[in-house]
Ligand binder design. Sequence first.
Ligand code: D5M
Ligand code: FE
Ligand code: ZN
Length: 517
Amino acid sequence: MRRNMDESVILEKASEAGFMINPDAISLLIDCKFPDNCLISLFSEVDTSVFVIEPQHIAAAIPNYTEKTQDPTQDLGFDQDAANANAFRFKYSFEQNTVQVMVDVSDESTSVGEYNQFVQYFRDRYTRLSEMIRSRVSSRPIESISKGKYIKPLSRDEGSSEISIIGMVAEKSTTNNQHMIIVLEDPTGSFPVLINQKDTALIEIASKLILDEVIGVTGNLSPDGGILMASKITQPDVPNSLSSKRHSEGIALFISDIHVGSKEFMKEEWELFLDFLNGKNENPVLREIAADVRYLVVAGDIVDGIGIYPNQEADLEIPEIYDQYRAVADYFHQMPPHIHIVVAPGNHDAVRRAEPQLTFPKIIRDMFPKNVTFVGNPALVSLDDVYIQIYHGCSMDDLVASIKGVSYQAPTTGMMEMVKRRHLAPTYGSRVMISPEKKDYLLIDQVPDIIHCGHVHTVGVTSYKNIILINSGTWQAQTDFQKKVNIMPTPAKVPMVDLKTMKTRILDFNLYDEDAL
Ligand code: D5M
Ligand code: FE
Ligand code: ZN
């Protein structure tokens, strides 16, 4: 009969071998019923530079460690097939996951694109963004200072004559003398603001302003009352001191831009990712991570689509749209069913192009397994208590084009600019088409714990004021178009967040890259 593995025996043998041992490593040995007469040979596999034996050392020493049911004296269990069958165990079940859709236009759309709806839409945007600024800036309606209406209060204190207005940036220009002029607009009127070229700090801020963002400006009126001479610009932003993040447990993975159907879709790397999800990666560290995965969030462009750009047919492996969705759905059927998957559309998907985008039609949703929750783009969802703002990211093209320092190679720089403006797509009428819903779904109202974008096909993970910003890259190799415009994708990388510690990491499934995990 097998002897029960005892903690004191493990401690003793580890010490004999010259190591200390972490309690989790002890639990792992007990859990997998490792035969204690083989402990010494196990510990001899561990690198002598190791001081404390951690679970990964054990997993690495015996990659196919297994829960043995047969008599350990007969067989140490290093048979590959038996090990593969028994070694791996998912830690969570589907029932333990809680996905709540907090904000999503999908069932609430009212827009038909009429002029009046645009008026209402922009009023909602202005009201909610200006409210965020109003708590820090005491402002007056533009009407009250227009046409010389404003009368300077009689005061000996010059500083007290400063006034503030809050408006949308309607125009932006530079004078011959390098001063900047910004025209601000609120529901009562519009007013020009001058940023003096000598105020270099303010010019730096003003030069990054983009059309249609909502800002507060504080300053003095010119002697003739015709222009506001700015001394301060206030963006909505989020507070510096966001309280520590909500958290949960297990792991959430973030992907986007799978582009199934494209000739450039990286099938092999994607299949390696599927194997990883199923606990079949050779690397014990990756198997340990896979065991912990509870959520997978997908931020759009799940297929390459059809008719998205001129002559796309030449780039398609699967020319029919439903065939593309059947192919990607088939991959999702190969994912472990306990993982709760959240899928939002992107500009290549078969939904309306204007944002906010409604979720996929029923005929497509029905192709997928039951563990998939479909949302629109953007959408705010909570995974347990952790708030995730999902947005495919088409506005990144505008942000790269209009803000100095924002680049495709560092996609989170653009996401930071979204947070400063509390808006996912601040500029209207450029690359992003907007559908005028009653309320502005693109506004970042509730401060999330994580913002997840895709679209630009480059991976980036960073933190801004305690919000984790993730751009999840792609599974499509560089296209001819991207080559022409010098976009260098970073495919087959998967950002993950440990929901317990809120620490992040990027898993790499590139097959032909020496550095890949
Ligand atoms: O976008 C993938 C990437 O390619 C993203 O960075 C935008 C860029 N892209 C795609 N089409 C265009 C056009 N027409 N102009 C400029 N940049 C573009 P995806 O949504 O996957 O096509
Ligand atoms: Fe894409
Ligand atoms: Zn896209």
